[in-house]
Design a protein around this ligand. Structure first.
Ligand SMILES: Cc1ncc(COP(=O)(O)O)c(C=O)c1O
Length: 494
């Protein structure tokens, strides 16, 4: 028996929600299921094996006319949806940038769903705004950055970077917000610079802001895959001579393909000399600053104008949670704030209203999960976990390096990503591509590990990214065993 009173509808037509006891029972079952799932995720193949269209085809094409019991939904979830899931929470997930939903993060999501608070304005749920601001200030402190940073949560780094470049454009002084950019004689071409290894989200931001993809200048990198500052300077000089206006530079701490780290201090010196905004893409690598001995990787970022870091990547926080920090919140407001009559509030001038700092009005209570993660592990617990992942990466790199017979590392290990491939002597690049693609397919089909690939300066490369809170040595060993077995099984043409 529940302690809750039964709902007492005022009108005979009152439909209301399901009975609280029905929810309670189903929710308890769901939580039990989640705990079992996370404890035994290795029973599933990491990468889903369903064929395209299979999940959809297995479910009714039309919605039910009459309501169905929660039980039936949970059954379909287990039997039909689950086979179509690729298990990011599996400790053998090493593709892209591995992430994980930790228990405290899941609890935060659950509570946020229960509250369904919308933090579009301070007044529409003061705790949503204030906890977001507080949590992001905690995260800033954990990363050893100075105060004076304003943070806001967005869904992804792609959106965070878009916002940063929108603020940079507005701050450049062309009143684009009001006048747009088309057909203006007073408007030079605005140029944005990043390394040749920058993430495609920079390209997308430039495209979406109407700056024109041709105006994103990709600067060549050195042998360690770091943007070359002297070539940045040269590109800016060329652009100035051509009458363009350098707008922003986007160095990266932890590039997607190989986690290289651009020389942020040198980039900032050049950018400052030309009045450019500096936005650091630390979507993946930013959290290394929480580990005291790795903090140097974020050197210089404290002097930037903005940066992005994604707790939903390597900070054990469930999707989605990206953080944009800027020293110039007024520029974000200048780009985005609008106040229609229906959003005017009495406390407006005394409070932060997060709708002013981006496109979205409605705002999920995303900070709750991040706050719970930070509290549950503390600075030391987080550092320990990130440190361990880096240690595992170095160990795996050691196995590759010392294995005779054609395995090689293709980039230095700076964080928790290992780039490597199987390239026995005498094979052409074309054959190496086919061979490594086949090895990866075979390993991924095996179910114990899931890897992805990239190209580094034209060389096909496998990537093993460690970032899941449940990944341990045994999972790294299993991946290595599977890789070697796959290499042996693939016939190598003479
Ligand atoms: C360096 C870097 N920046 C940005 C992104 C984009 O992240 P999001 O998926 O949050 O938009 C990624 C994604 O992996 C990344 O590796």
């Amino acid at each position: 028996m529940s302690d809750s009173p039964a709902p007492s509808p005022a009108s005979p037509a009152f439909a209301g929600d399901l009975a609280p006891d029905e929810f309670r029972a189903a929710a308890h079952a769901a939580v039990d299921w989640i705990a079992d799932y996370l404890e035994s995720a290795t029973q599933y193949p990491v990468k889903s094996r369903v064929q395209p269209g299979a999940v959809r085809a297995a479910l009714p094409a039309a919605p039910p006319v009459h309501g169905e019991p929660l039980e039936a939904m949970l059954r379909d979830f287990r039997d039909t949806i689950m086979p179509g899931i690729t298990h990011w929470n599996h400790p053998g997930f090493f593709a892209y940038f591995a992430n994980s939903a930790s228990y405290p993060g899941i609890l935060g999501e659950l509570l946020a769903a229960g509250l369904n608070a919308n933090g579009m304005l301070w007044v529409t749920s003061p705790a949503v705004t204030e906890l977001e601001q507080l949590t992001l200030d905690w995260l800033r402190q954990l990363m050893g950055l100075s105060d004076g940073w304003f943070g806001e949560i967005t869904d992804t780094a792609s959106v965070s970077t878009f916002y940063a470049l929108a603020a940079a454009r507005e701050r450049a002084g062309y009143d684009v917000r009001r006048q747009g950019m088309a057909g203006r004689a007073d408007m030079p071409r605005l140029r944005v610079y990043c390394s040749e290894h920058a993430h495609s989200s920079i390209d997308k931001a430039v495209i979406a802001l109407g700056l024109g993809h041709d105006n994103l200048v990709k600067i060549p990198a050195d042998d360690s895959f770091r943007l070359r500052p002297e070539l940045l300077e040269a590109a800016i000089q060329d652009d100035l001579a051509a009458g363009y206006r350098p707008l922003a530079v986007v160095p990266c701490v932890g590039t997607t393909s190989m986690t290289s780290v651009d020389p942020v201090p040198a980039v900032i010196r050049i950018a400052r000399a030309h009045g450019c905004w500096v936005h650091v893409d630390a979507a993946y690598g930013g959290v290394t600053a929480i580990v005291p001995e790795m903090r140097y990787l974020m050197d210089g970022t404290d002097d930037a104008d903005s940066f992005v870091v994604n707790p939903h990547k390597w900070l054990f926080t469930p999707m989605d949670c990206s953080v944009l920090y800027t020293k110039h919140p007024a520029a974000l407001k200048q780009a985005f704030a609008l106040l229609p009559e229906y959003l005017i509030t009495r406390t407006q001038d005394d409070t932060v209203n997060l709708m002013d700092y981006g496109i979205q009005l409605g705002r999920r209570f995303r900070s709750l999960k991040l706050w719970m993660v930070l509290r549950a592990y503390g600075a030391e617990g987080i550092a320990e976990r990130i440190r361990f992942h880096c240690e595992l990466a170095r160990e795996f790199a050691g196995m590759v390096h010392f294995e005779s017979g054609g395995w090689e590392l293709t980039a230095p290990v700076t964080m928790s990503l290992v780039c490597f491939r199987y390239a026995p002597a005498g094979l052409t690049e074309e054959v190496i591509v086919r061979l490594n693609a086949a090895i990866m397919e075979r390993v991924n089909a095996g179910g114990d590990a899931y890897l992805s690939h990239t190209k580094i300066n034209g060389r096909y490369t496998l990537r093993l990214a460690i970032g899941n809170i449940r990944t341990d040595r045994v999972h790294i060993d299993a991946a290595w065993t599977a890789l070697r077995a796959a290499a042996a099984a693939e016939s190598v043409p003479a």
